[in-house]
Design a protein around this ligand. Structure first.
Ligand SMILES: Nc1ncnc2c1ncn2[C@@H]1O[C@H](COP(=O)(O)OP(=O)(O)OP(=O)(O)O)[C@@H](O)[C@H]1O
Ligand SMILES: [Mg+2]
Length: 302
């Protein structure tokens, strides 16, 4: 068993799915089928770690009020968690699935975190370290500084714990010098300065930059070399959460004393494609992942 992986979610969500016959924009749509589930990128990562046979802990902010649908949702998923109540409410994302219209997503930004949020999340992480690896994922709610993921990453680095920062915007730029492995997608990589950003960040001390390029696969830039991997198959399905699945796979490899980068990158690409096969973020088709991990082509480019 690999050592436990902690995921950090500063902007949790309750993901609601409405299945409808037809969506009437500007009118009334009756909803016959409603499902809700604990969401947020770190929750997806923790669920995929478990699907890969690992042990995970969800560390997240949550609401100060009861009932707490997010907490109940984690219990329902059976995911171990340690929560810091510091939000007035947990945001919702609403997916309206209509056969003829596809999926319409409505995403709330999240409620502002209270004054105790930052100290609370640091105390919770300190209490749970050490770990095999830590994954810090998703957006930062209002009320917390964009430097909080970077500061959390530095805390992990001081404990000698490998850490992945899968964050965006100003939080990603802050995390660039924190000792975290960065996992930008194409847009986030452009934000860091484009294709040349990976080598520059590694030269400046980042342990690795794993850039994910949607259906084109992923590139790992490390001090040991640079590799590119393409999916064994381009999959049609639900790409939301594919990056989270890739982060879960990478975290499992980072728990080793020495990372075998081409093997880790093949796993990132196989596991994230296996997430596209599933309609729900946080799930993977394990059989497809086990098959693809042997078929993914990894090429050394530097
Ligand atoms: N259609 C696809 N077929 C096969 N693999 C895919 C496909 N789309 C994405 N992937 C895999 O998923 C990985 C992550 O995808 P992407 O770069 O879109 O991440 P992302 O934007 O961070 O996703 P999210 O944040 O929603 O989890 C890619 O590196 C690739 O390996
Ligand atoms: Mg992503």
């Amino acid at each position: 068993m690999t050592p436990r992986i902690i995921t950090v979610t500063l902007n949790p969500a309750v993901d609601v799915t409405y299945r409808v016959g037809e969506l009437h924009l500007g009118g009334t749509t009756r909803v016959a089928d409603v499902r809700s589930r604990a969401g947020g990128k770190g929750v997806n990562v923790a669920a995929v770690v478990r699907a890969l046979g690992g042990e995970s802990l969800v560390l997240a902010l949550t609401t100060t009020r009861t009932p707490d649908e997010f907490r109940d949702g984690l219990a329902e998923l059976g995911l171990p968690h340690r929560l810091v109540p510091a939000l007035p409410a947990v945001r919702r994302t609403v997916a309206v699935v209509a056969p003829a219209d596809g999926t319409t997503m409505l995403q709330e930004n999240g409620f502002p975190a209270g004054e105790t949020a930052e100290a609370g999340i640091f105390a919770a992480l300190r209490a749970e370290l050490p770990a095999g690896a830590v994954v810090i994922s998703g957006s930062v709610p209002e009320g917390l500084g964009a430097d909080v993921p970077a500061k959390l990453a530095r805390l992990c680095a001081r404990h000698g714990v490998p850490v992945i920062a899968d964050v965006s915007g100003p939080a990603l730029r802050e995390a660039a010098g924190s000792g975290a492995v960065l996992m930008p997608n194409e847009d986030e990589l452009a934000d860091l300065g484009g294709a040349g950003a990976g080598p520059d960040l590694v030269a400046a001390g980042a342990p690795a930059v794993v850039a994910t390029l949607g259906a084109e696969g992923a590139i790992a830039v490390t001090a040991q070399g640079t590799w590119r991997a393409r999916p064994a198959e381009v999959v049609t399905g639900n790409p939301a959460g594919a990056g989270d699945a890739g982060a879960a796979a990478l975290a499992m490899h980072l728990t080793a004393s020495e990372v075998d980068w081409p093997v880790a990158l093949a796993d990132v690409v196989a596991t994230s494609a296996a997430a596209v096969l599933r309609p729900v973020a946080g799930e993977i088709d394990v059989a497809a992942r086990n098959r693809w991990i042997r078929e993914v082509k990894v090429e050394r480019i530097r």
